[in-house]
Ligand binder design. Structure first.
Ligand SMILES: [Zn+2]
Length: 197
């Protein structure tokens, strides 16, 4: 009985992982009441996860649940710890191949919205896309990569001075350069890229 949330059914691999965590392998052969209990277990996990999230104004679904000592989103499921975006990706989109990153289209490390997540290996064109500033990538979720070049920063600062509605404002520049508005704000205010004038 697939459950639909965020437009995706819970992934087949999430079901398989639940089995690996101790649920009888041949759950399809279970009697109906037992099967309902097994599905309820997965449903409780889903409800618990979704209950620790909140939509922000940009349409991201942000994790507001537990964080580890370093402030990174942290969840526990199927007998092991996960970063929240990795678990949401796994639950709604499927297996994450070994060594693969779960990346954000939206430049928001707290975001767990399946539509905003994708996975890829370092060898794919992901690193290239990161360099071009189109997306944020993270091993787990927390390894920041440079997305803007010094030239980008100079252009953004120059255009921000004009501050009009035709693409020269914080939100529009963030969208054009594929970074979070906070990134634009920080470099405009000189908190980042201090060496570039
Ligand atoms: Zn997002």
């Amino acid at each position: 009985m697939p459950r639909r949330l965020f437009g995706n059914t819970i992934s087949e691999s999430a079901h398989l992982e639940a089995e690996a965590a101790g649920v009888p392998l041949n759950h399809a052969a279970l009697s109906s009441p037992a099967r309902q209990l097994w599905l309820a277990g997965l449903e409780n996990l889903v409800l618990d996860l979704v209950g620790h999230t909140k939509f922000n104004a940009n349409g991201c679904l942000e994790w507001i649940g537990p964080k580890d000592g370093r402030g990174y989103t942290r969840t526990f499921a199927f007998g092991k710890p996960w970063s929240a975006p990795r678990l949401f990706y796994f639950m709604w989109k499927g297996e994450i191949p070994p060594g693969h990153f779960v990346c954000h289209h939206c430049d928001n490390p707290k975001c767990v919205l399946p539509d905003h997540l994708f996975s890829g290996s370092q060898g794919d064109n992901i690193a290239d896309a990161c360099r071009k500033g189109r997306m944020r990538c993270a091993r787990g979720e927390d390894h920041k990569m440079h997305k803007l070049t010094a030239n980008n920063v100079q252009e953004i600062r120059r255009r921000y001075q004009r501050h009009d509605v035709t693409g020269n404002n914080g939100l529009a520049l963030a969208s054009e350069f594929g970074v979070h508005p906070n990134t634009i704000s920080a470099l405009i205010r000189g908190r980042t890229w201090k060496s570039i004038s």
